[in-house]
Design a protein around this ligand. Structure first.
Ligand SMILES: *[C@@H]1O[C@H](CO)[C@@H](O)[C@H](O)[C@H]1NC(C)=O
Ligand SMILES: *[C@@H]1O[C@H](CO)[C@@H](O)[C@H](O)[C@H]1NC(C)=O
Ligand SMILES: *[C@@H]1O[C@H](CO)[C@@H](O)[C@H](O)[C@H]1NC(C)=O
Ligand SMILES: *[C@@H]1O[C@H](CO)[C@@H](O)[C@H](O)[C@H]1NC(C)=O
Ligand SMILES: *[C@@H]1O[C@H](CO)[C@@H](O)[C@H](O)[C@H]1NC(C)=O
Ligand SMILES: *[C@@H]1O[C@H](CO)[C@@H](O)[C@H](O)[C@H]1NC(C)=O
Length: 491
């Protein structure tokens, strides 16, 4: 991440300043500072995209689909059609994985084996993987290949999956390439898609794709060569599709789903075994932070957080992820610290989200968030709406102003409350991991299952609204308040 340091960080400084201005100008500041305020919980629901009817039953969702041969078909409303894309949009990227190293210091090839899980490793007598945070599009494609309700008949499909490896593709050109190089695959893809018969059915609104990079990498708004990323998500066809990625942008058609972690269980008992291990850990640190300071981001609170951690002595464990220090890409280094900690601090980094959120949950470590856009406003399908059930919230501003001692705030949480929060975090584990596609979890839903349910519901909502009004309304709108606690927190 370090190599795209200052350029993208500048972008985020601007973005975050912008959001802060909104917060200060438009919101009642006191609402943001009080995390125990009951109204806050209410307002989080406004992050739900309002074109999705939340109470939709899958069986109601076929109104505009052809009649089915069998009433008892359990796949009804769940059929997904996978586009057979030309290999340059996906498989060729895997074949040429050595080219994906350009601009980064890592060779992606080893991380793409085992369905995109990367090489196997062992931890606490469990089989884990050295999974790259950028592998999601490969993992998801492999999971989709064994999805229960695939169809080769696109006319019965409720959704069309476009297996474009958008993130791997753009990663070749993010550093030091002109905008036409960065944009070219995206333009080629939408050109291919729009010629297919499937396109005209809903003008792409039943299409979805997955990106293993943050949405902002595809949201370059100008043709200024110095701006970051590609323009993929601003292409007219792309605007008509939904994209699920590790971090969403301010546009409603970008939806966040969990970063891949290193745990990819093959069966339910493996999950239960892991949960039991996390439950029974004795945790020697009150809190920990794994990361590096962000000196390029003027408003970053990371420096303050590192200072507070160091000032807390044995209460806090700092895992310094600076280059040349600990290798935080090795999940064992990170999990060792998180499984020994009661709370894990998750301040924004280069962007609002971090893979560390999910490493922490996996380790049964209670997340402490500093910004509503780090998790609450992102992973709305995968994390509970009532964020007080599984996390703590300390407003970023309070840390910046030196108004809060993190160690004291955490020491004040009662033992009973800690147990309650941790139990909820551990309960979330199956829903935020991507299980092994060679087998199916029996009683549990993994992050993939939750994502598929979410996208089917979203598309179904668009399909139904299309019966009465223009389906484009609200689909890809920009929501300035998406990463705040909302414009009208009281409702
Ligand atoms: C779709 O067609 C391919 C190639 O003919 C076949 O291998 C595959 O099993 C079919 N899938 C389904 C779900 O019918
Ligand atoms: C962009 O860069 C590529 C090679 O990196 C070059 O072939 C192309 O002419 C450049 N395009 C523009 C518009 O500068
Ligand atoms: C492009 O961006 C740079 C840096 O933000 C700025 O200095 C320059 O004026 C911009 N160029 C154009 C043509 O807008
Ligand atoms: C996007 O959808 C609208 C209908 O809502 C349609 O009029 C438009 O042509 C679509 N765009 C493309 C590029 O297909
Ligand atoms: C679950 O997976 C683990 C690891 O592969 C294996 O050792 C175990 O036997 C499996 N358990 C069941 C019940 O299938
Ligand atoms: C808590 O952190 C503050 C700095 O934020 C420090 O001055 C204080 O000594 C710490 N207290 C303990 C008990 O570590």
């Amino acid at each position: 991440m370090g190599s795209r340091c200052c350029k993208q960080q500048l972008l985020f400084t601007i973005l975050i300043s912008f959001l802060l201005c909104f917060v200060l100008l438009c919101l009642n500041y006191s609402v943001l500072t009080d995390s125990n305020n009951g109204e806050n919980k209410e307002s989080i629901s406004s992050y739900e995209n309002n074109i999705i009817p939340l109470n939709t039953k899958p069986s109601d969702s076929i109104s505009s689909l052809p009649p089915s041969p069998s009433e008892s078909d359990s796949c009804l409303g769940h059929y997904i059609y996978i586009h057979e894309l030309p290999s340059r949009f996906n498989e060729d990227l895997l074949k040429n994985c050595h080219l994906l190293t350009r601009g980064t210091e890592k060779n992606m090839c080893p991380y793409l084996v085992n369905f995109g899980f990367g090489p196997g490793i062992e931890f606490y007598e469990m089989g884990l993987f050295r999974t790259s945070q950028f592998s999601l599009e490969v993992i998801f494609h492999n999971k989709m290949r064994s999805y229960r309700c695939l169809t080769n008949d696109s006319s019965v499909a409720s959704a069309i999956y476009v297996p474009f490896y958008a993130g791997l593709d753009v990663s070749q050109y993010l550093w030091g390439f002109n905008t036409s190089m960065r944009d070219s695959s995206g333009i080629g893809l939408v050109d291919w898609l729009a010629r297919k018969p499937e396109w005209k059915k809903m003008w792409g609104r039943d299409h979805f794709l997955i990106a293993g990079r943050i949405s902002w990498d595809f949201r370059r708004e100008t043709d200024n060569e110095s701006d970051w990323g590609s323009n993929f998500r601003f292409l007219p066809e792309s605007k008509n599709m939904s994209m699920l990625s590790i971090e969403s942008s301010s546009w409603n058609s970008d939806i966040a789903i969990p970063y891949p972690t290193s745990f990819h269980p093959g069966n339910d008992s493996e999950v239960f075994q892991w949960q039991d291990k996390m439950r029974s850990r004795s945790r020697q640190y009150l809190f920990s932070f794994a990361g590096a300071p962000r000196p390029c981001i003027k408003d970053s609170i990371r420096g303050k957080i590192i200072d507070q951690c160091l000032a807390s002595g044995s209460l806090c464990k700092l895992l310094d992820c600076n280059y040349g220090a600990t290798n935080c890409d090795n999940p064992i280094n990170v999990l060792k610290v998180f499984t020994d900690s009661v709370f894990c601090l998750q301040p924004p980094g280069d962007s609002l989200t971090r893979r560390s959120i999910f490493d922490g949950i996996l380790a049964g470590c209670i997340p402490v968030f500093f910004h509503p856009g780090t998790a609450y406003a992102q992973y709305i399908w995968h994390l509970p709406k009532d964020y007080t059930t599984y996390s703590l919230y300390i407003p970023e501003r309070d840390v910046k102003d030196g108004e809060v001692n993190i160690n004291e705030t955490l020491l004040e949480v009662s033992k009973g409350k800690v147990l309650e929060l941790r139990e909820e975090v551990i309960r979330l584990i199956p829903g935020v991991v991507y299980s092994d596609p060679r087998s199916k979890l029996e009683t549990l839903e993994d992050a993939f299952d939750v994502s598929v349910t979410g996208i089917l519901k979203r598309i179904d909502g668009v399909r139904r609204s299309g019966e009465g009004r223009d389906p484009s309304i609200g689909f890809a709108n920009k929501d300035e308040y998406r990463f705040t606690f909302g414009p009208n927190p009281i409702n």
